[in-house]
Design a protein around this ligand. Structure first.
Ligand code: AHR
Length: 348
């Protein structure tokens, strides 16, 4: 391997680092002389290191079942068996933690950085640093709003605007089917983390269609940060303020679980035969069971299984092939009519 190219330089540095650490450990440990170690042993360590593609992954947190499934998909795909060495960092919902992790990956000179931006803004500087170090960055799930899109190589994730539209289209059809299309409809929305792609795009997609329905009234859009605990808390506040809610839109399943607790405590039923229409996003197993039971009317899928897509992209980049800038994963819409055929194969 030649160390002149920027790409190989990172690997060379790591090899030097591994050898140096090894020699230092031997010198300090006093566990036998350096000369007791066969040179082939050092070589095999460095060779193993050299063959792996080193990826630094900054995951934004572990706020939801969806997020855990997303982390598992990536950790389960970028494995040693598949030729990767993955360094995983959980940023616990803090942008500063993500920036710190990314800077760490840059100074380690990893081969690729992948990360899911907690919110869209504030990434220009650190992405410029990655670009200057010639490390390709792949955005996962959420987007980063940057003026120069050459700051990242590609993005893999969901079309969240379309997800929002799907929710509105489902509601249009449902109101027609149930003969309620001329009724005044009061809607409240539990939003995800403010400033995240999921919150921005799902809201925009839904509102784009809602704006052509003067009879739909969006009474409140409150963030519950994608968590069950906040979902319950915010739903309680909304119930106290708005006694006549017709439709609840919850931008993820975890908030839906919390909202359901609050609704139950207030004696309000949801779903197919309930008082309030309940629309959710993600479609994790526990929520799909509630769709099957008729408690959630519709669940708009957000597919967390993105590991294979990322691996495919990296392999192409390794082969010098061009890749698409935007790579959307496939997603469905689940209602009581179709959900049972998918429940059995749901792994998250
Ligand atoms: O960005 C995807 C969203 O983030 C999922 O809908 C939600 O569950 C997660 O926390």
């Amino acid at each position: 391997m030649r160390c002149q190219s920027k790409k190989n330089r990172g690997r060379c540095y790591r090899i030097i680092f591994v050898v140096a650490s090894f020699l230092l450990t031997m010198a300090l440990s006093g566990c036998g002389s350096f000369w007791d170690v066969a040179p082939e042993d050092i070589l095999s360590e460095t060779e193993a290191e050299e063959d792996l593609i080193v990826v630094g992954f900054s995951q934004l947190g572990s706020e939801s079942l969806w997020r855990s499934a997303n982390s598992e998909s990536i950790q389960g795909t970028l494995t040693r068996e598949n030729g990767f060495f993955l360094e995983f960092n959980n940023a616990r919902q803090k942008q500063e933690n993500q920036i710190k992790a990314i800077r760490g990956f840059i100074s380690q000179r990893v081969d690729y950085i992948i990360f899911s931006p907690v919110t869209e803004d504030g990434w220009e500087t650190v992405l410029q640093e990655a670009k200057d170090a010639d490390i390709p960055v792949i955005l996962v799930d959420r987007k980063a709003s940057v003026s120069d899109d050459s700051l990242y190589t590609a993005w893999v994730g969901s079309d969240m605007h379309k997800e929002g539209e799907k929710a509105a289209i489902w509601l249009e059809d449902y109101l027609i089917e149930t003969g309620r299309e001329d009724e005044q409809i009061n809607i409240v929305v539990l939003q995800g983390t403010v400033g995240s792609s999921a919150q921005i795009e799902r809201t925009a997609g839904f509102n784009a269609i809602a704006s052509s329905h003067p009879e739909w009234h969006i009474r409140a859009q409150e963030s519950a940060d994608f968590t069950t605990a906040k979902g319950k808390e915010v739903m309680e506040q909304l119930l106290a303020k708005f006694p006549d809610i017709d439709v609840i839109i919850s931008q993820n399943d975890d908030m839906t679980f919390g909202a359901l607790q609050a609704l139950e405590e207030n004696g309000i039923s949801t779903g197919v035969n309930g008082d309030v229409v309940l629309i959710s996003f993600d479609a994790v197993y526990d929520a799909l069971e509630l769709v099957s039971e008729g408690i959630i009317n519709v669940d708009i899928e957000c597919n967390p299984e993105q590991g294979e897509y990322i691996m495919e992209l990296i392999r192409k980049l390794e082969n010098g092939e061009a890749v698409e800038k935007e790579n959307c994963v496939e997603e469905k819409v689940f209602t009581q009519e179709n959900v049972d055929q998918y429940l059995g194969m749901r792994t998250y």
